[in-house]
Write a protein that binds this ligand. Structure first.
Ligand code: TRP
Length: 440
């Protein structure tokens, strides 16, 4: 069977950017950067993304494009059997991430529905906290929303690469951009917004710390969908004559650009109304409705905002599901539809426990974390850095020669490409090893 391919280069870039722009950009980025004091963190995050991030993204996309396989096959192709373990780890990692990602995806659906009703928009943050906690701890409702979100994701995957992922990503990314611009316009025209903007971008280097570097690196991996073979899988649907290095630069630029605009949309508003930006993971769900309650036509802005959040989460969750689905299709030649349905059911079931672990199963903790927290921690802080490390080892050391041969008789790569390969060989593994050990 010939492998499915993207319909166009822009389709590929938008699908990859859709994978990258997600809850990471809208939900994690603003509170992590506020927690780390704004400007200085932003600069470190930008540097990490445009060096380490771009480098690993190019490496992943190339591994996919050349081998035309999902992660397990791609690692086996370049590194032989032992390295295929890294591929299995990637598939497992995607599986775990989607199980809890879909739970949060369900929350965005709930809040979207809730913003059509009255009562959500209040300036009393305590009330909003109660709404959030009561919902998350409810044993049924979040699971229902989680099922709905997983179902929508699976329905897109069943339609395949061009008709499913590419078409949806193209439409939704355009929509996302439009909604973002409207909300950004509203936020920046608030009286006093400029102080919030300055707070967000002016660096305060006295706040630099080792932990900040770790946070910046972890966030860069998560927000660029790196370290578990997601970009490898998307790369495997790219034609041989496409220059993936330039595509990776576009994807990174687009993603970081959007994250920046999101920060610019959320933080000034939070600042103007005197709310606490370092509120933590609740920032989006607790603080944003309070922000909207101050606005004329706030209900409409709330609907737009939660729609934005839902769309961003959806284009990311499809990329996560595609990794496992393409693994089964590649390795066992199973039919796409059946594979998707079965995997979605299994991931949904695991997600149920992640969701319950925030409510009725709160008492069951592992290493002081709920199941939900543990799944997040293990994937972001252990499996993803390990995955990125393996990618840089394969590209920079183990199969360096093979890559060079392929690259010299394929597409003509620009001059700067040679710097990237040096970076992949020396700087990337070293940097990643540091994060890994600091985190453990
Ligand atoms: N990047 C997405 C976000 O920011 C999440 C995501 C999708 C992801 N695919 C991934 C994270 C692969 C890590 C690895 O929300």
């Amino acid at each position: 069977m010939t492998r499915a391919t993207w319909g166009s280069r822009i389709g590929f870039i938008l699908a990859a950017a859709g994978s990258a722009v997600g809850l990471g950009a809208i939900w994690k980025f603003p509170y992590v950067s506020a927690k780390n004091g704004g400007g200085a963190f932003l600069i470190i995050f930008l540097i990490m993304s445009f060096t380490l991030g771009i480098c690993i993204m190019i490496a992943e996309m190339l591994m996919g494009q050349i081998s035309r396989k999902s992660p397990v096959g791609a690692y086996r192709f370049f590194g032989g059997k032992p390295f295929s373990l890294a591929g299995y780890m990637g598939v497992l990692c995607g599986f775990i991430i989607l199980s809890f990602y879909s739970v949060v995806g369900g929350w965005t659906l709930f809040y979207l529905g809730r913003s059509f009703q009255s009562g959500l928009l209040t300036s009393d943050v305590r009330v909003l906290k109660t709404i959030f906690e009561t919902f998350v701890e409810n044993p049924y409702l979040p699971i229902l929303c989680h099922a709905l979100f997983m179902g929508i994701t699976a329905a897109i995957i069943v339609c395949g690469i061009q008709k499913g992922i590419e078409r949806i990503s193209k439409t939704l990314m355009a929509l996302l951009f439009l909604v973002l611009l409207i909300l950004l316009g509203r936020s920046l025209t608030l009286e006093g917004a400029i102080d919030g903007v300055l707070h967000f971008i002016v660096p305060d280097f006295s706040k630099l710390s080792a932990e900040m570097f770790l946070d910046a690196m972890g966030l860069a991996f998560f927000s660029l969908s790196l370290g578990m073979g997601c970009m490898m899988t998307y790369g495997s649907y790219v034609n041989r004559d496409t220059n993936v290095a330039t595509s990776a630069v576009c994807v990174t630029g687009l993603t970081i650009g959007i994250s920046f605009l999101v920060g610019l949309m959320i933080l000034p508003a939070v600042y103007v109304f005197g709310l606490n930006p370092a509120e933590g993971p609740g920032l989006t769900f607790i603080v944003m409705p309070a922000v909207f309650s101050y606005l004329l036509g706030g209900t409409y802005f709330a609907i737009l905002f939660f729609f934005l959040l839902f769309v961003a989460a959806l284009t990311s969750s499809i990329s996560l599901m595609e990794v496992s689905v393409s693994f089964f299709i590649d390795e066992f030649a199973t039919p796409r539809k059946l594979t998707t349905v079965i995997l979605a059911i299994v991931m949904f079931t695991i997600g149920i426990f992640a969701s319950l672990s925030l409510g009725v199963l709160k008492e069951f903790t592992f290493f002081g974390k709920t199941l939900f927290g543990l799944m997040d921690y293990c994937t972001s802080n252990i499996m993803m850095p390990l995955g990125a490390l393996m990618t840089s080892v394969v590209v920079g050391w183990r199969s360096r020669k093979m890559f060079q041969d392929y690259l010299s008789d394929g597409v003509r790569y620009p001059k700067w490409f040679s710097y990237i390969s040096i970076f992949c060989r020396f700087v990337a593994p070293f940097l990643i090893l540091i994060i890994l050990f600091q985190n453990l």
